[in-house]
Design a protein around this ligand. Sequence first.
Ligand SMILES: Nc1nc2c(c(=O)[nH]1)N[C@H]1C(S)=C(S)[C@@H](COP(=O)(O)OP(=O)(O)OC[C@H]3O[C@@H](n4cnc5c(N)ncnc54)[C@H](O)[C@@H]3O)O[C@H]1N2
Ligand code: MOO
Length: 402
Amino acid sequence: MLAVTEARQRIVSRLTTVSGEWVPLDLGLDRVLAGDLVARRTQPPGAVSAMDGYAVRAAEIVPGQWLNIAGENRAGHQAVEALPSNAVARIFTGALLPEDADAVMLQENADRDGDRVRFSEAARTAQFVRPRGLDFTEGWKGLLAGTLLGPRQLGLAAAMGHAILPVRRRPRIAILATGDEVKRPGEFLRQGDVLSSNATTLAALLRRWGAEPVDLGVAADDEQDLDRAVAQAERCDMLVTSGGASVGEHDLVSSSLTRRGLELDFWKIAMRPGKPMMFGRLGDCSVLGLPGNPVSATVCATLFLRAAVRRLLGQDTALPETKAIAATPLPANDQREDYLRARFVGIDPATGLPLVQVAERQDSSMFAVLSQADCLIIRPAFAEPAPQGTSVTIVNLRAAGV
Ligand SMILES: Nc1nc2c(c(=O)[nH]1)N[C@H]1C(S)=C(S)[C@@H](COP(=O)(O)OP(=O)(O)OC[C@H]3O[C@@H](n4cnc5c(N)ncnc54)[C@H](O)[C@@H]3O)O[C@H]1N2
Ligand code: MOO
């Protein structure tokens, strides 16, 4: 059995980043940048007012003393480009300051009479002024290659002056559920049938990670049916199967793949859940064979499929691991690295780290427990029993996009 980190390394090392393409800004959501995005402009482009009021030279303001109003600057309209001496300009939020103005007086503190105004207070230089380039300056590398574009990143790309974006092609990843008993949600169920939660989870994870899931449906435990389904995956970057990975006589996935020319890289990992995971290659298509148990399939996807997708998209493939404190004692572990489902139950006052409570039941079929978990506690192989308060390494499921 292979160690988890070695298995992940092997998967990542067999994959290469997919090609890039250009998309309009509007279609950039959830895509991954193929190159760095540099600001094409400075924001704000000049000093602008942060408030509605009057642009002034701070040194000229004497409380109670009248000054002339030279004109009015609104956002997008700079009527007063340079401020005459002993004068102010009416100004509104976001408008460019006239040259030589160095402060903005709030209109709440102004007393206006026609073309004259006086103020109840003195001015501080730079008050209510946003200097040129406060947000960013031209040439700033605002978004790096490998960034998954969310709403805020898209907004920044727009603000930096990008109307089209260089992104990675979405990797096409086929999902094939297997098993006579496995039915799609909505289908008629017989005694002993199960619903294919794995296909639903995997498709959602792939979308969230920036890939394009290709649903190949469910193949029965039948060589012909499996062969037919596997053939459909050949133009994909990767085929992910669920079920039939173990040693049962009806676990036909590997024999079907082998007949079609699978080059097996490895099968079986020293981990729980997810031991019987398989990885190999079928022509140009990588193959990841996940175990059928729903928790095993999702944990393997978190540890391996996520890294594979990130590699295809040119992103960092490390697992987001952080530290936490065990809120309950932890049992000894055997030779398989364990990924225990756990919940955040508070903050440890001594360290400020999250307190994590292991779920009582850890059976790999219990998807309800996984769906309510916040993290996986990583228990190394052969770990000794650990008391409450032990520092542990966790995978934050939300941070991993799971
Ligand atoms: N003698 C041994 N038996 C088993 C071993 C072993 O080493 N020796 N390994 C066990 C481990 S660990 C796991 S994990 C499972 C993996 O089994 P398979 O990958 O062959 O999965 P199946 O037998 O096809 O299914 C297991 C379980 O999951 C349900 N399932 C299958 N597909 C889906 C789906 N798409 N959505 C939801 N649930 C699904 C299926 O009905 C079964 O209940 O093997 C152990 N056995
Ligand atoms: O690896 Mo299995 O997932 O322990 O049940």
